[in-house]
Ligand binder design. Structure first.
Ligand code: CDT
Length: 314
């Protein structure tokens, strides 16, 4: 019997700096009710879904930075979402900035949680590939200071049994890296859920605008196919206080095809019936890892970060 789930990528339009968490949670609840009307069992919200994409600014004090973080989850602002999930029997994935005390220190992570249809947290992931810089880029129209505000995630790339499947999570820039998906693929991931905030302009290099969307989709499509898994990807889109973020939220099949995609840069529910058996033939044939992987030639992938050109190759 095939295992199926109606899944939703709940794209969010802009969240401005002045918008309260409570107003955002009302939007999340509204999207969850739309998902219930469409028979969804899982709703995937974006990265840092409760606030504007705050790493675009430099702040004067640590207190100003910490105002963007959540020190407990659920908390007063987000509890209505957890309660609505439980009432409707719908699971969800939510990205937020996490502040915690761990190993005797205050730590800050770019985090996502997976919540079950009973409203209980099933799993937590902390973003590993942090893009941008720790120091401001001079003369840039905005910043991308994730390396300043967050530590590298310390939970690895776990997977969980949920929705009658094996589910993994990653966050935004992680989706561009084949290593992210292969680690989860080797743990049997059948579906990877993620959120993203991708500026529509590259502050580091003069890059044609259309490539922002192309690279967003092409990396996830390739990773879905190469691991025979579904990808549910949810954007924060539109112009936040004038700063543009791409949309393109989508559900990608294990074949690498986009099965459903957002048409707007606003709050929008993108849904698809996910059939987990669709990935099985890919994992049994062309990407049968056990049969075809040649790990004796892969050591360099974990042995070094940067490119090393040896004299005989140069
Ligand atoms: N949020 C996030 O990870 N955004 C990055 C932007 C990279 S440009 C510094 C992304 O990969 O979409």
């Amino acid at each position: 019997m095939s295992r199926r789930l109606v899944a939703a990528a709940a794209q969010l339009g802009p969240i401005h700096r002045a918008d309260s968490r409570e107003s955002v949670v009302r939007r999340l609840v509204d999207l969850m009710r739309q998902a219930a009307d469409r028979g969804c069992g899982l709703v995937v919200y974006p990265e840092l879904a409760l606030t504007t994409f705050f790493p675009r600014w430099l702040y004067d004090s640590q207190d100003e930075v910490d105002a963007w973080f959540e020190s407990e989850m659920p908390n007063a602002a987000t509890r209505p979402l957890f309660e609505e999930a439980k009432r409707l029997g719908i699971g969800f994935h939510l990205g937020y900035a996490e502040l915690c005390e761990e190993d005797g220190a205050t730590r800050r992570f770019n985090t996502a949680i997976l919540v079950g249809p009973d409203g209980e947290i099933v799993g937590k992931y902390r973003k590993i590939h942090l893009p941008g810089t720790a120091e401001p880029v001079p003369d840039a129209p905005f910043q991308h200071l994730e390396k300043r505000y967050f530590e590298v995630g310390n939970l690895g790339f776990p997977v969980w049994r949920a929705h009658d499947a094996i589910v993994g999570m990653c966050i935004c820039n992680d989706r561009r890296w084949p290593e992210t998906f292969r680690v989860m693929g080797l743990k049997g991931a059948e579906m990877v859920v993620l959120g993203y905030n991708t500026p529509d302009f590259n502050i580091h290099v003069d890059e044609p605008k259309h490539l922002r969307m192309f690279h967003n989709h092409v990396t996830m499509q390739a990773n879905a196919y190469q691991n025979g898994c579904w990808v549910i990807a949810s954007a924060k889109a539109g112009h936040e206080d004038g700063f543009g973020l791409i949309g393109g939220s989508c559900i990608i099949a294990p074949t690498g095809e986009i099965a459903s995609v957002a048409m707007t840069e606003d709050d929008e529910l993108v849904t698809c019936e996910v059939d987990f058996s669709l990935g099985e033939y890919i994992r049994r044939t062309v990407f049968n890892f056990e049969k075809h992987r040649r790990i004796e030639h892969y050591g360099i992938i974990t042995g070094q970060t940067g490119v090393v050109v040896s004299p005989e190759n140069g």
